[in-house]
Design a protein around this ligand. Sequence first.
Ligand code: KIV
Length: 271
Amino acid sequence: MTDFKNLRKITTHVLQEMKLKGEKITMLTAYDFSMAKIIDKAGIDIILVGDSASNVMAGFDTTLPITLDHMIYHASSVVRGKVRALVVVDLPFGTYQGDSKEALQSAIRIMKESGASAVKMEGGREIIDSVKRILTAGIPVMGHLGLTPQSIYKFGTYTVRATESTEAQRLREDALLLEEAGCFAIVLEKIPAVLAGEVSKSLKIPTIGIGAGRHTDGQVLVLHDMLGINQEFSPRFLRRYHNLFAEITGAVTNYIHDVKNEDFPNDREQY
Ligand code: KIV
């Protein structure tokens, strides 16, 4: 548990120092106040308000339907729950790709209305103008390369990316472009571990991997996946730290049983 009296808040500078010291960076998603409070107290470095909220909170098949207003609602709830962690918010699909001015407006809304500390954006050279414009406003940007779920209809599959040399080379170049533009970190999703290690070594800024092996500077997982709330999703890279689906089912089953059998509430549980 975090010692909140002696705590050092996580900033983008702290993350840079962690990379220099070789200290691994931890990131998990959260979308609400209560979960954010728990994972912040447990000592997580970065809380990502991911657009995976579209899947795990709203039940959509992809991350595409979630809106900027939804992301701001989730992000402001998370910000109220944290003390130490850096809160990074995904810019949702359709709010930054085509027009860098619109991208800046979207990022400003997230920063102003949620109180978060940074935004994350999927893509490389094709979004570089938007990345640069957002950075000029003093908003820290985290990049995201490899399997970028907002492009699922282009990829057609959630399988591992950059296994062949052209795509791998493009990813190396995009990572460098994002670093040169001023991003403070880059998520590398579902790419070969050797490539992720090579890119991490070549960059001065930290990389955060998901399904990208152990040689990245940090790791990220979707909270609902690693807690075993979400049972349907079990890719090779996912380590389940709990089976909350079973735990919650057990608790709810017991509650139903107790109410039906007039065991709850008992004499001590009433006024
Ligand atoms: O939206 C999300 O949860 C993400 C992580 C998988 C990196 O982008």
